[in-house]
Design a protein around this ligand. Structure first.
Ligand SMILES: Nc1ncnc2c1ncn2[C@@H]1O[C@H](COP(=O)(O)OP(=O)(O)OP(=O)(O)O)[C@@H](O)[C@H]1O
Ligand SMILES: [Mg+2]
Length: 286
């Protein structure tokens, strides 16, 4: 048996085995940002998320990859306690998000360009409302600081609904960072941005994660973004975890130079075992 086979946990148990030390104290660990076990969400005939299990270690940045409809947004919504799981469990800093999400609400935040802030309020009003919700004591200073940092000071007194998509994204990120969250859930944070602004936002996220020792879960279709920010990739397909591995290990195993190619390999049906040469390919070259 080769070395890789020893390191590599058996498929199906990999998500848990990879973080065994974290999982030993699964139930109560307040220091573990996210622990998900057998999480499932069924909408009528669609199983959006299908018995997924994983944990996020403190200070890690993990990408949630998958094609359209793979279950990324549903997973994030369950982590936030906004969507009630059909079965399984979500713990965020030890709190069961179905029951006790208010216990930890101040320690996390999220951003999605698909979730609008109230349109008629100005940016400043929106940020002030959220500062209140998060119980931020020095709200005026905090808003001024974040606005400066994200270059939205000039937008503060404009109605949020009248901003461009890219401006809204930066305002959304300002909202997400207001409470200096230890856990940041990002659903395609640069989806509507031009390449220059997207790059700038990624740099900001990296700086933030380093300065705050924050944990980030990032759903993205942008492989350059994933390669730049994430040290681990969870690959979802039809609600299931197909791979959960360090980015460089994935590249090496699939013999690829870019995660995009690994992604295409996986969603087109090339399994880990095939990539390793452990099994006959499902599709023969003819
Ligand atoms: N509220 C809902 N009611 C019914 N079906 C839903 C609902 N939300 C999501 N779904 C379905 O669940 C599946 C997963 O959707 P989800 O939005 O989580 O995918 P995604 O990975 O975020 O996709 P995308 O990359 O397109 O954003 C899809 O088939 C979707 O149609
Ligand atoms: Mg989505």
């Amino acid at each position: 048996m080769g070395e890789a086979a020893i390191i590599r946990p058996k498929r199906g148990t990999q998500a848990l085995a990879m973080h065994e030390r974290v999982n030993e104290s699964w139930e109560s660990a307040e220091t573990i940002p996210v622990a998900v076990r057998d999480l499932t969400k069924v909408y009528g005939t669609v199983t959006a998320v299908d018995r997924i299990s994983f944990t996020l270690a403190p200070r890690s940045t993990v990408a949630l990859l998958g094609g359209n409809g793979a279950g990324k947004t549903t997973t994030i919504a369950m982590l936030l306690g906004l969507v009630v799981p059909t079965s399984g469990e979500v713990r965020v800093f030890g709190a069961d998000m179905s029951r006790n999400r208010y216990q930890v609400a101040e320690r996390l935040n999220f951003q999605s360009p698909y979730v609008d802030l109230p349109m008629r309020l100005t940016v400043r009003q929106n940020l002030t409302v959220y500062a209140g919700l998060y119980g931020i004591a020095n709200a005026i200073e905090r808003i001024a600081f974040i606005a400066e940092d994200l270059q939205i000071t000039a937008l503060l007194d404009r109605p949020t609904g009248k901003l461009s998509a890219g401006q809204k994204t930066r305002v959304g990120l300002a909202k997400a960072l207001l409470n200096a969250p230890e856990l940041l859930l990002l659903d395609e944070p640069t989806a509507s941005l031009d390449p220059d602004t997207a790059d700038w936002i990624r740099q900001k996220l990296k700086e933030y994660a380093d300065a705050r020792d924050a944990t980030i879960l990032l759903a993205s279709h942008n492989m350059a973004e994933v390669e730049r920010l994430a040290d681990r990739v969870i690959l979802l397909d039809s609600g299931r975890i197909l791979e959960d591995e360090a980015s460089d290990v994935l590249l090496e195993t699939y013999g690829r130079e870019a995660l995009e190619d690994v992604f295409l390999d996986v969603v087109r049906g090339r399994s880990w075992r095939e990539a390793r040469g452990d099994a006959a390919p499902a599709r023969r070259a003819s």
